[in-house]
Design a protein. Sequence first.
Length: 260
Amino acid sequence: MARYKLRLEYNGAGFRGWQVQKDARTVQGELLNAARQVFGGEVDVQGAGRTDAGVHALGQVAHLAAPSALEPFRVVFGLNDLLPPDLNVLEAERTHMRFHARHHATGRSYMYLISTRRSAFGHDRSWWVRDRLDVRRMQAAAALFQGFHDFASFADRDLEAGTSTQVDIDEVQLETEQDLILFRIAGSHFLWKMVRRIVGVLVEVGRGQLEAAEVTRLLTTHTNRPAKWTAPPCGLYLQQVRYKDEPWQPLFVPAFPLAQ
């Protein structure tokens, strides 16, 4: 038996999310099929987080439990030879048999890309907002999310019973790069649809439809208002899954032509 820690990237546009589903193309499903062929037997693949349909990853982490051991570089090349072009294994490392990609993670960061112009390349990898956005207003509002807050107003009502809506946000950034507005948020964990609803609220601030005081009220009272502003999944990226003693990665523009 052997266990590996995998770091992955994928374009989520062609997947029905991470988790295996019957009669649906998923990231976990593709990895399982490829790993069974590489190792010639049954394997187990578990991810650090379940990205939704249309959501991308620059640094998803998964653990792979296999019936035999191979050199890590052979695992990378073997999987990538069998995986479709919209899913790529960046690296693999041998790890201890108790390592769990989700349970051992200490934090996660997400990035969201907003395009300020119509793009032939970025239609499924960013959210094109036609309205003029006031970035300074958005930056001021984004800073309000840093720290420890109750994000009940930004969570989907279908949360599992007993799930805490209190989240510790370590870092928040909002910057511009040519025709892109890049938003990054890093913290202990994230609730379903939470990041997309934060982005939707920030866009309303940029449009001049919400004031900073109203954003503060969304964080201190329970309301379902952010649900109507939920940003589409196409602009959301799982940037990093952090483990003990690892630093947060900085905000960066993904290496594909969106801003040219």
